[in-house]
Design a binder for this molecule. Structure first.
Ligand SMILES: Cc1cc2nc3c(=O)[nH]c(=O)nc-3n(C[C@H](O)[C@H](O)[C@H](O)COP(=O)(O)OP(=O)(O)OC[C@H]3O[C@@H](n4cnc5c(N)ncnc54)[C@H](O)[C@@H]3O)c2cc1C
Length: 461
């Protein structure tokens, strides 16, 4: 960017709201993919009008803009690969209104997920999307990535829990879309188009989110199986009966071995797979749900089934799952982390297929995730200094994607495309649909200034 452009942006953002020094800008070049590219400047708009003026200026000057929440995303979508301006929403962090009667909350994009939960909780309400990073990640990031967590199995993702948005398109147009009501079918659904668009179409400046009443109580269950086949049959059984759990998490044998090594979790010796299951509702319905889920989870591979309804016992059961992330961090210098999804009934084929690929390419693969949605985090453990192993890992990854697509699955359930998966999506999305997506991008952002180079692979010349 030229000194004149920086000066103009400083005038638009106001004193103290623009960083230009290289050292100050450096941290805004990362996200959790660990890729890096320093931007020329970082802007901290405090309101919608400033975002509008920044985008209109950058549009005129053809300056690339990378919108950014807190940079916790894992696929490189926040890394400003073409330099230019990072637009951080961290100072747009006001909760604008909460309306318990209509069960809505309206927020600026830089509000954290946790702040929404805290405010809604004061009225006995909650917003369903619950990424593990809730304490740090923003609503803007949650919407742009359609991020979810364990509760999605019962309550859905941001797409099902957002009513309306205010935004600025890449062309510098100020618009609102969606509704303030729980029904509405007027016009094309731009709200759901923007959700999951990774900041490539418009910058979200305000969101009206749908809140739900907080369930009175919860019951947590842990089911341990001899092998993956029995666990997979139990998942299909649990999802096939009417008591929908509010979490159904899966951990495979490799992950169990790591947990055993890194924690004091009390697990049967022959454990080959584990499910953590949660049900919520009134005390009576939770009791009923536990009985129904226990019945559905029972098969000849079930080694151990425990349930808990008090806080300490619930924590002890979840500790098994929580021991996994620190264990993964210490066991290998790097993990290639995917979050593929297949129809729930195809989970056994996926897990068995992954085991076969791990053997064929001699790569350790650890699998766990949100089994109720068929969403599995596939972690290839690698040493980046071992060239031969890295080559095998990339060949293996290619086959992992092939396997997922052959099972009618999709390449990402919640982490998004960004840079990491951009060059694979043409394997999932047909040429015609990809062409339509490129034309949508052209309509919103004709000069391609918003998050350029992300999500959609470059069109062939
Ligand atoms: C420890 C940890 C645990 C995690 N757990 C989960 C999990 O359980 N589930 C899950 O889904 N993800 C998880 N994530 C990934 C990540 O936290 C989520 O993707 C989160 O939604 C990103 O929010 P952010 O504010 O950090 O967004 P960023 O990473 O800053 O941005 C993400 C995307 O949103 C765009 N964007 C940001 N703000 C706006 C805006 N206002 N308008 C338009 N586009 C915008 C960016 O350009 C980028 O494309 C985890 C990450 C970590 C580090």
């Amino acid at each position: 960017m030229t000194p004149a452009q920086l000066q103009a942006l400083a005038a638009i953002t106001g004193p103290g709201n623009l960083l230009c020094d290289r050292a100050d800008c450096w941290p805004y070049g990362y996200d959790n993919s660990r890729r890096h590219q320093a931007p020329a400047a970082v802007a901290f708009p405090r309101d919608h009008e400033t975002v509008l003026r920044i985008v209109q200026f950058c549009n005129r000057e053809a300056v690339p803009i990378t919108p950014r929440g807190r940079g916790t995303g894992t696929t490189g979508a926040t890394v400003p690969t073409r330099g230019g301006l990072v637009l951080s929403t961290e100072r747009m962090d006001r909760i604008l209104a909460i309306d318990p009667a209509n069960r809505t909350i309206t927020v600026e994009p830089g509000v954290t997920n946790q702040a929404v939960q805290d405010r809604a909780g004061g009225h006995g309400l909650f917003w369903p999307p619950d990424p593990t990073s809730a304490a740090f990640c923003t609503i803007g990031g949650n919407l742009a990535y359609n991020s979810a967590g364990p509760r999605a199995v019962k309550y859905g993702t941001p797409r099902e829990n957002t009513l309306g948005l205010r935004a600025v398109s890449g062309a510098g147009e100020d618009f609102r879309c969606g509704v303030h009501t729980t029904k509405g079918v007027v016009g094309y659904d731009l709200t759901r188009l923007l959700i999951g668009s990774e900041g490539t179409l418009a910058i979200i400046t305000e969101a009206t989110l749908k809140l739900l009443p907080r369930p009175a109580t919860k019951g947590t269950m842990r089911a341990v199986y001899r092998d993956i086949g029995s666990a997979a049959r139990a998942i299909a059984g649990i999802m096939g009966q009417p008591q929908v759990p509010c979490a159904l998490e899966f951990i495979d044998a490799q992950a169990i071995a790591m947990i055993r090594h890194h924690s004091r979790a009390d697990l049967p010796r022959q454990a080959g797979a584990l499910l953590l299951i949660e049900a919520d509702g009134s005390p009576a319905t939770v009791e009923e749900a536990i009985a129904a889920i226990h019945a559905a989870a029972r098969n000849d591979g079930l080694l151990d089934f425990r349930s808990a309804t008090n806080r300490e016992e619930i924590k002890a059961l979840w500790d098994t799952r929580k021991a996994l992330s620190p264990a993964l961090r210490t066991v290998a210098p790097k993990k290639i982390n995917e979050d593929v999804v297949v129809p729930v009934s195809r989970l056994p084929d996926l897990i068995m297929g992954l085991e076969a690929l791990a053997r064929r390419f001699a790569i350790t693969i650890v699998n766990f995730g949100h089994a109720g949605n068929g969403n599995i985090h596939v972690n290839l453990l690698v040493d980046p200094d071992d060239g031969d192993q890295m080559a095998r890992a990339h060949a293996c990854l290619d086959q992992v994607f092939g396997l997922v697509l052959s099972l009618n699955g999709t390449l990402s359930g919640e982490h998004g495309v960004g840079l990491e998966k951009r060059d694979f999506i043409a394997r999932e999305i047909g040429a015609e649909a990809l062409g339509l997506m490129r034309r949508i991008k052209d309509q919103f952002d004709p000069r391609h200034i918003l998050n350029p180079g992300k999500m959609l692979p470059p069109a062939s010349p």
